[in-house]
Design a binder for this molecule. Sequence first.
Ligand code: C2O
Ligand code: CU
Ligand code: CU
Length: 541
Amino acid sequence: MQRRHFLARLAGASGLALATKALPVLAGEEMKGMHGMDMSNMGMNGMHKMRAMQAEAAPGARLAAVTGIPAGRPFTGPAPLRNEAAEPGKFKATLVAAPTRVELIPGVPTQAWTYNGLLPGPLIELRAGDDVEITLKNQLDQPTTIHWHGLPVPPDQDGNPGNAVGPGTSRVYRFKLPETTEGLYWYHPHPHGLSAEQVYRGLAGPIVIRRKDDPLAAVPERILAITDLRLMADGVIPPSGMMDNMNGREGQFALVNGQNRPALAFDAGGRERWRILNATNARYLRLTLPGHTFTLVGTDGGLIERPRPGPREILVAPAQRVDVLVTAAGRHAARLMAAPYDRGKMGGTGPTPSATLLDVDFSDVRRGARTPVPSRLREFPALPAPTARKRVVMSESMDMGAMTMGMTGMGMMGMGGMPGTHAPAPGNHSAMQFLLNGKTFDMHRTDLTSKAGAWEDWEIVNDSDMDHPFHVHGTQFTVLERASGGRTHQAPFRAWHDTVNVKPRETVRIRIMQPMAGIRMYHCHILEHEDLGMMGRLDVT
Ligand code: C2O
Ligand code: CU
Ligand code: CU
């Protein structure tokens, strides 16, 4: 059965109507309220679970209005994490993961999960070649890890699901950055089955790695860490439902450095460098700044070979980063938008509606002023020929277990996420399974093997109806070409990536090399899909 038929039948058979009804909420409209739900199909079991859920989201709770978190405050960069080391070339700090009361809606407390009390986590500022020592203190009531997304850190320091840090315990992560590493990265939890919830409750932060001879050092820089938040009017961050798990959760807010639609006063010099991180669970950011242009200068792994002026929009999939120069084209104000993007969500959800990320004020810009941009940014030596090939097929299939559950009540409606009921992966209900090469993740199974230092070509095939951002740990790769509908397109420029979006029925070919031996993960970076098992294990020997 085609998934869309299957889902249509589900919607008829049970409370999926709820999910489809509730989803326009994400457009920023108000939720009808829990009592507005259609409960006619709900058995006693369902009613019971429903009450359990309402223990989290209070009875009658409604989504916060999109204006609930004050907009228009002056843009501020992410708060830096203080380096406790005195010697140059060393970075030493502590990150405490803990439930924290924050105030997002004025006067209404929110219980978030934060690093060092901050939403998002503090900015880790490093230099190429640094020795890094970061202690994680886990004050959550569940296991966590810190994964250093995109960085070539030793596998046993990379926060793999198999290296959980238990509640109430701590560990030290140690790694030395190569001299060639530069760019914007991020850190986030990667515990088995719990990553999505830990990130949507607030655990994620940016890392910037600067090098001495940065060719763009003269351009004023901003870091924009974009996170997604679903928030109820009473300040509660609600648990995810089944539709969230299937599609990847998107809330009504896309925050920039934890701020709702801040106001940015553009540099008088008429040019700024924006380093943008998509730290959301599942929200695709199709960035536009109407009336002004972007020049792409960097991707996940740092600078590209030459600046690419002109794009009017740039798609930043979950977990990806872009480095862009913004050039003022006059003094009229503009909004940085995430334009609607259709990523093939299920259940008749439709595209993610647009969101305003920033209000940009260009009124200070001096006429004619413009910091010059060098024509070459980075050397890209020719890549060695591949010595091995791999193929990873992403697919989806019906989950008969979840379906059976659904027919008996609330399970189908997907109010999964009742704390503590389905260890080790609470809330992981879905009517669909998300697979890599036909399998769901097993920590103890080797799916692929590679030799350290060997260049390989991988073919990533999306055999599903939905976009999936494919990510590999421990290294950066180059996209060679994309194929779909019988046509093949070479990558238009050379760049380093650790995450690449693969559209439905598309194949992306990448060239990749793992520098270090050990266990690495590769997975879909819609974190709900990762938790549902759309992940594999690569053993590098
Ligand atoms: Cu950003 Cu395996 O993750
Ligand atoms: Cu990663
Ligand atoms: Cu996915």
